[in-house]
Design a protein around this ligand. Structure first.
Ligand SMILES: Cc1cc2nc3c(=O)[nH]c(=O)nc-3n(C[C@H](O)[C@H](O)[C@H](O)COP(=O)(O)OP(=O)(O)OC[C@H]3O[C@@H](n4cnc5c(N)ncnc54)[C@H](O)[C@@H]3O)c2cc1C
Length: 405
């Protein structure tokens, strides 16, 4: 089978790799090139953690995916993951961590419950004020996102995959000007902005926050791009307390904040998790709002007092591609029988990249046993209108911002 995969972020790269491993002829196309920094996967670091409250589906995917990331790391011969652990700072009245504790224990995934005093002793550089207890995932940590996607694409090329740089135009139905193997109701080919056409038997569109631009009628309401501001703050020179061997990745779920240790000895990441402004990626000025920097500084003053006035050493923006219920979209296009859509990462898809690719490759090729093994029983990834679900990873708003006026 010949397959064209559009989008070389984490979803497209892993789908292409799995399809190529299964012996198919695969072309991976990206408008900004493989391993680019403009897609959602192009950031420096991403959290991989098992906790998902009462949900027991995502933790299983995450553990499987982490094993595959580690295999990739071994094959690539470079550091792609740091097992720094992830600590969840419980807010009074928040049930997410207690539910996660029950789920992970039932699934046999290592997890620890720390009292307030244990948290203070285990992570002495963080102030524990207002944290009654903490949940710690010792086997979780940080993935180096852009290098990990680049390594995935290098593996894909090493096994004979083809990479093309170019922007794919919104696809047109078979019989509307193209020719090829899509058949009735299928897609024959895609066309690039330079006029080049690529025919295939099957197509995958994994275009991150650009998906609604390609399929506005289908995805305009289902996947909404929110600009997220990302910042790293300078750590005092030579102070080893902020390194990954001294402190874990941390998530304040109730407070909608998260952060990473300093991996390079220079910068500690601290970012809001609430949804930023809705912007089309191509129209976005990609400028970090001053209010986001101030909000991060306020959190640093509370948790890491020595960093409250430190300079921002790095800042950039990327996009949460948000679905109403925070579940991804992995499904066949309703109008093109041989085209598949993968996206809607909603701020938590990176870690699952290898398994998203494995599952999607199985859907494309009709591999029934893998579909049965990996597919969700509740149809959560289907392309249909969804009910909004509050409080899942993307709750909250910047308290420093004025109400929209
Ligand atoms: C600030 C932030 C923090 C996050 N934190 C985490 C985290 O801690 N853990 C986690 O698991 N997830 C996290 N996520 C979510 C995760 O990063 C994303 O869900 C995931 O990277 C999305 O990958 P993707 O492949 O769907 O999209 P992308 O990475 O955006 O890839 C899409 C690709 O498609 C290409 N493309 C688009 N249109 C076209 C076209 N017409 N023709 C050709 N190519 C095209 C683009 O150039 C791009 O390279 C976070 C996201 C953000 C923004």
């Amino acid at each position: 089978m010949r397959v064209v995969v559009v989008g070389a972020g984490v979803m497209g790269a892993w789908t292409a790799l799995w399809l190529r491993r299964a012996g198919h002829a695969v072309t991976l196309i990206d408008r900004h090139g493989p391993g680019n920094q403009l897609g959602s996967s192009g950031d420096e670091s991403r959290i991989t953690r098992s906790s998902h409250g009462p949900d027991r589906f995502y933790p299983v995917w995450q553990r499987r995916a982490l094993a595959q990331w580690r295999e990739l790391e071994h094959a690539a011969g470079e550091r792609l993951f740091v097992q720094a652990g992830v600590v969840w700072l419980v807010s009074p009245g928040e049930s997410f961590e207690a539910e996660s504790l029950v789920s992970l224990t039932a699934l046999g995934i290592p997890v620890e419950q720390w009292s307030h005093d244990q948290f203070a002793a285990r992570v002495p550089v963080m102030r524990p004020d207002g944290v009654p207890w903490a949940l710690f995932e010792p086997e979780a940590g940080a993935l180096f996102a852009r290098p990990a996607v680049s390594a995935t694409i290098r593996q894909f090329e090493a096994v004979g995959g083809e990479v093309v740089v170019g922007r794919v135009e919104p696809p047109r139905a078979a019989g509307s000007g193209g020719s090829g193997g899509g058949g009735p109701g299928g897609l024959d080919e895609v066309q690039l902005d330079n006029g080049r056409r690529l025919a295939a038997d099957a197509f995958v569109f994994a275009c991150g926050p650009w998906l609604p631009d390609l399929f506005p009628a289908l995805l305009g309401d289902l996947i909404v791009p929110h600009r997220q501001d990302v910042m790293q703050f300078a750590v005092p020179a030579g102070d080893g307390r902020y390194g990954a061997d001294a402190m874990p990745v941390w998530i304040d779920f109730g407070g909608s904040f998260y952060g990473f240790p300093s991996f390079d000895g220079v910068g500690l990441k601290a970012c809001p998790d609430w949804l930023g402004p809705i912007e089309r990626p191509d129209d976005s000025a990609r400028e970090v709002a001053q209010s986001s920097i101030e909000a991060s500084r306020a959190v640093l003053r509370k948790r890491f007092p020595a960093l409250g006035a430190q300079p921002v050493v790095k800042s950039w923006t990327c996009f949460y591609e948000v679905t109403p219920d925070a579940h991804f979209v992995i499904d066949r296009h309703p109008g093109f029988g041989n085209a598949w859509i993968a996206g809607g990462g909603t701020g938590h898809a990176f870690k699952h990249g290898p398994v998203i690719g494995e599952y999607l490759a199985a859907l494309v090729t009709g591999n029934a046993s893998t579909i049965a093994e990996l597919g969700p029983a509740d149809g959560r990834f289907a392309l249909h209108a969804r009910e909004a679900r509050q409080g899942f990873r993307t709750s909250g708003r910047n308290p420093l911002e004025d109400a929209p006026g």
